[in-house]
Write a protein that binds this ligand. Sequence first.
Ligand code: T4K
Length: 387
Amino acid sequence: MLGGTPAFAEPLHVGRPNVGDREQILRMIDEALEQRWLSNSGNKLLAFESRLSETFGGLHCVATCNATLALQITMRALGVSGEVVLPAFTFVASAHAVAWERLKPVFADVEAETLCMGPAQAEARLGADTGALLGVHLWGRHADLDGLERLARERGLPLVFDAAHALGCSVGGRPLVGFGDAAVVSFHATKVANSFEGGVVVTPDAELADRVRAMRNFGFDEASEEVAGLGTNAKLSEAGAAMGLASLAALDGFLAANRANLSAFTDSLSGVPGVELLPFSHPEETNCHHVTVAVDPEAAGLSRDELKAVLEAENVLARRYFHPGCHRVPPHDALPTPPLPVTERALERCLSLPTGTAVSAEDAAAIGQLVRLAVSDAATVRDRLGS
Ligand code: T4K
């Protein structure tokens, strides 16, 4: 930015995949090729689902080709109709999954502390047509779970969690994935653990799991092998399941890398005016896979977008998740949404920084130092940016 060479020779991405033991991955894929069993309930898929069930306290797990379809199938299998209350501050997949099912998304604000929709925000958007609550455990954080469960129970509404980001997180020792009637985790390449693409529906309800399993496979009932109803194709391939198994086996190492990076970011960003590293109330209970700062333009002397431009010049590709907000993109922008002040503030201020196994703790420390330098010389930076 100030005329030298970029701080990093290669770009650092948010969402660079974590990759487990390559030999294990390739061996399992080779086995699938040898066995000529590439999809449709092969042994890798069954092993993956069984490992997932162990991970999530024995709950029923149905693996899918991605979390977006998993959300759609879950809402359909629950028989949801009418409106679904969900936060506007989430990845657009949450809202699209609702609308794709011909349900109406109703956007709620989020809590300032967790950036998740809590019971108060959800309750404010309930109406006569509300058919379900869709909470989002954003960035590994969670809102008042008891409060959301109580609200859902009192109103007789299903409570689904978009737990795309929640693998490796727990609450008082219990996996965060597992609250509500069902939760959906993503195993997309950018997530803490991946199956290339992939998702899983996790539920304590055996009958719901059976319906989801059938819907994932064109509506075929597993026991009778007859079509029992409407279904789609949301199956995970054996190659995907193999990757998922290897990722789960390596998960502890991924979490350790994330925690080391978080600690380096915490130290290097400490005391930088106007740049707050969003805290985790219990870092040991989250996967720390998302490192996000909130930029206060007054105190930092730079806006979030200016800081992003500085980092980009240094080959640090920070991301403005989830700008401009689900309620601002088509088709959801046509829906009437009241002011969502906490959401708006977060949309203007949040910047996600690269972490994961492709980023070392030294890299994290260097990124923090770049932020510190940019803020300490904010006037020069703004001048260079022409802002
Ligand atoms: N709910 C929530 C709350 C979610 O965050 C998501 C997905 C979902 C539901 C739906 O889950 P899935 O249906 O995807 O299972 C990415 C991911 O595609 C998406 O899965 C994720 N959330 C979202 C937060 O991030 P983009 O549009 O940011 O992707 P893209 O292509 O810009 O990649 C992000 C960064 O990762 C880039 O800097 C490049 C890097 N990257 C990516 C891939 C795929 C790599 O270095 N290697 C790779 O293989 O959506």
